[in-house]
Ligand binder design. Structure first.
Ligand code: DAH
Length: 342
């Protein structure tokens, strides 16, 4: 009797082998346990009637219970093998998975969004305008003199007649001033086109962000404070800035704004050509003639404007040496700046 119960317990251990078995092993297992001749459990069941009558009942019950357990385990595992059969044979489950590609925003798009967001906090809304412009919006209304070289077909892409691909986002200043009464505070992101070579620092198409604020009582102090606040938010809170006198037909006075080189922090390096500074935008107080061209009283209203290049700004911030990297689709480069989605 003892021996028989011990044999039943030992055999129960082998239930664990069932879920591990493949088709062939399962058939073998069935034979080894339940086979009519020589099955381990068959032998046990055959031994039960030979026991003393008092012991027969308990041993018989245990052996039969184990038989049911084996039968159920075999049936269940057979179902599992059957369900997986089609798939398991065709797929090589040891093959490494394919990497998942996740889309992201281009570095320049991220920079445009971030810049617009900072100006949004300062009270500016986003405006846009057409990329095909007339000479009036692109030049004349912006106070360009009639013979300005930018109006030459050598420098700009003309589409026919006096229509050209805008050379800057400034024409949207005119469109905004014609359409909306002051107070005006807008940022204008968009593509612009110039007959420039495609080299390390030029591209015939690039992004600009224009800014314009026009209201009563706007002064040079508002202008410097707004752009300084922007630079300290976009770069770092301790970034130094400087304004250098410059010239644009549509601003008077005009200035270019430099920020401390973000790579060497102002000590001088190859990226800033040892100057310690990087130019990030052109700007100035809106020229009275521009306001008058849009039907505004330049005695009553003043304003400031600026234009900056997000490509250049992205390069400044990250020390990117060649603008072409921002136009090519080399994922090894772009993935370093993998941005969120919009
Ligand atoms: N439109 C100029 C350019 O493309 C940039 C610019 C300079 C825009 C001064 C402005 C400004 O609004 O005030 O080079």
């Amino acid at each position: 009797m003892r021996d028989l119960l011990a044999a039943i317990d030992a055999l129960r251990e082998r239930l664990q082998e069932v879920p591990q078995a493949d088709d062939r092993r399962l058939q073998d297992l069935k034979t080894e346990v339940l086979g009519r001749k020589g099955g381990a459990l068959t032998k046990i069941l055959a031994a039960v009637p030979k026991l003393a009558p008092a012991e027969r009942k308990a041993a018989g019950a245990a052996a039969n219970a184990l038989k049911r357990e084996f039968e159920e385990a075999f049936a269940a595992h057979e179902r599992t093998l059957k369900a997986g059969a089609g798939v398991a044979r065709e797929l090589d489950l040891t093959m490494p998975g394919r990497a998942q590609w996740r889309g992201g925003l281009h570095l320049v798009t991220q920079v445009v969004d971030e810049i617009c967001e900072i100006f949004h906090e300062l009270g500016f809304t986003r405006a846009v305008g057409p990329e095909a412009e007339t000479e009036r919006y692109n030049f004349t209304a912006l106070n360009f003199p009639k013979d300005h070289p930018a109006m030459d077909a050598q420098d700009s892409f003309y589409l026919g007649g006096d229509v050209l691909l805008r050379t800057h986002t400034s024409p949207v200043q005119i469109r905004t001033l014609e359409r909306y009464p002051p107070p005006i505070r807008v940022v204008i992101p968009g593509q612009v086109y110039r007959r420039d070579p495609f080299d390390a620092s030029h591209s015939p198409v690039f992004e600009q962000i224009e800014g314009l604020a026009v209201d009563e009582g706007i002064t040079f102090v508002d202008f410097k404070a707004t752009l300084t606040a922007f630079a300290r938010r976009f770069f770092t809170a301790d970034t130094r800035v400087r304004f250098r006198p410059s010239f644009f037909p549509f601003t008077e006075p005009s200035a270019e704004m430099d920020v401390q080189c973000q790579i060497c922090k102002g000590t001088g390096c190859a990226t800033c050509k040892q100057t310690g500074w990087m130019e990030i935008l052109g700007s100035g107080m809106v020229h009275p003639a521009v306001l008058e061209n849009c039907g505004l009283d330049s005695e009553r209203y003043t304003g400031f404007a600026w234009g900056m290049g997000p490509h250049r700004i992205a390069m400044t911030r990250h020390g990117i040496p060649d603008i072409r990297l921002l136009f090519e689709s080399d994922m090894r480069f772009l993935a370093q700046f993998a941005g969120g989605t919009r």
